[in-house]
Structures are given as structure tokens and as C-alpha cells.
Ligand binder design. Sequence first.
Ligand code: HPA
Length: 252
Amino acid sequence: MGLLAIIGGSGFQRLPGLQVSEAKSLDTPFGAISAPLVHGRLAGHPVLFLPRHGEGHRLPPHRINYRANLWALRAGGARRVLGLAAVGGITAGFGPRAFAVPDQLIDYTHGRAQSFHDDDAVAVTHLDFTEPYCPELRIDLLRACAAAGVAAAAHATYGVTQGPRLETAAEIARMERDGCDLVGMTGMPEAVLARELGLCYASLAFVVNWAAGKGEGPISMTEIEAHLGFCAEQSESILAALAALAAGSGAP
Ligand code: HPA
């Protein structure tokens, strides 16, 4: 099944419970990764960890070198990649502190490098992306949530916006009409780049605010921080269960 890598988002500069064995700075053909790649053990099982926003959360979503990050994870031996995502909730059932394992996405980002095949010399490839997430990892994630006693929605569409600003109420209303349940800023191009590299990629999303126009008044950073802290704590047991599942299925 292969080594599991975890990409940490907001609230996950470090991975709770991770015993670090080494952290390696890496350069790739696509430039530098967000932070040194951490090799360690979670609940006794080997994992890789990379904080997407870099040390000290200094990289905004549109400045992250997604290509370098995915490339480095694969070079480090990862075959399965979990992207953690703090998101806003749009539809009923996705209020703050809800967890979801999205099964679809809509990409509203622009100007981000979306492919490893930008080179003229390479024949154009059109990748199937009907199901943007890896079904095996989604199933394991849902099992890990159940094992940790955390209710998680098995169906949710994640709309990925450019950021770094939050959306307007009209933008969120349009996204809802489009069918989005969740809104975040980093789900793409991470998912498609993983697919290009043949990595089994899925996302664990947790809601840290009602999206613009869905709650009462403006979005408060204090409220986001409080929900983020709660979700990070809940995630610790989900991730430990996931690492154990990966190991139990014959992973190295
Ligand atoms: N919008 C976009 N990204 C987010 C949000 C949001 O409301 N909350 C957390 N990440």
C-alpha cells in the first residue's frame, strides 16, 4: 500500500503525536519545497510530514510551490498522500467543527502551476480526473474517523478559491449554486499534481467557520482559531488510526 505522507495546513505547522526522526531540506526540479521534509513515526508507524504553508505559516495559498511539494513526497517514498484542509462551511450540515472526506472538487483558482508537463517537448497528456480523490485512501480515512469516534461526511464537494482574501457573500452564493459544500484555498492544484505522479491522494477537511454570508456577521479570526484548535485535537486520533490502518495493510 505504501508509505503515507501527510501535508499539514493551517493549524498543523507540526503534527501532534509525531515522533520526528529527521527533517531534510530538499530542492526539486521544480524548486524548493515549503519546509524541510519530516520523516517520523505516528503511533509507531512510519510517515512523512510536510507543512504546506512553511515554517511559521509564511506561504499564502497562491505562493505555495505545490509541484515541488508533491515531487519531494514521491521522491521521499510516499505512495499515499493525505492533505489536511481547514475550510469554510457552505451548506447545512457543514457548520464549524464538522469533518468531511470530500469526494469532489471544483477549482476556482488561477495562475497556479497545474501540471508537471508544462514543457513543449512533452506530448500533451489529458489525465482522467472524474474522481479527483483516491477511493482507497478515502475509505481508510473514513474508517480512521470512525475508529477515532469522529463523525465525518463521506460526500462533500470542496470548492477551491484563490485567496488569500476570503470570499464575498455573492461568491459563496454562486459556489453553493455550483454544488460546493466547503470552501478552502489549497485543495488545488495539490490533488491533480498528486494524480499526475500516480500518488493516492485524499483530503481530510474540517470546518473552522461558516463561509461568507452563511454565519452571523463578518468572519472572525478569533472564532476560526478556536475551531481550528478543537479540530486539530480531534485530528490527532484520526491520523494515528490512519497510520495504523496503512501499516496493518502491509505498508512498510
Ligand atoms: N474561505 C476560504 N478558505 C477558508 C475559509 C473560507 O471561509 N475558511 C478556512 N479556509
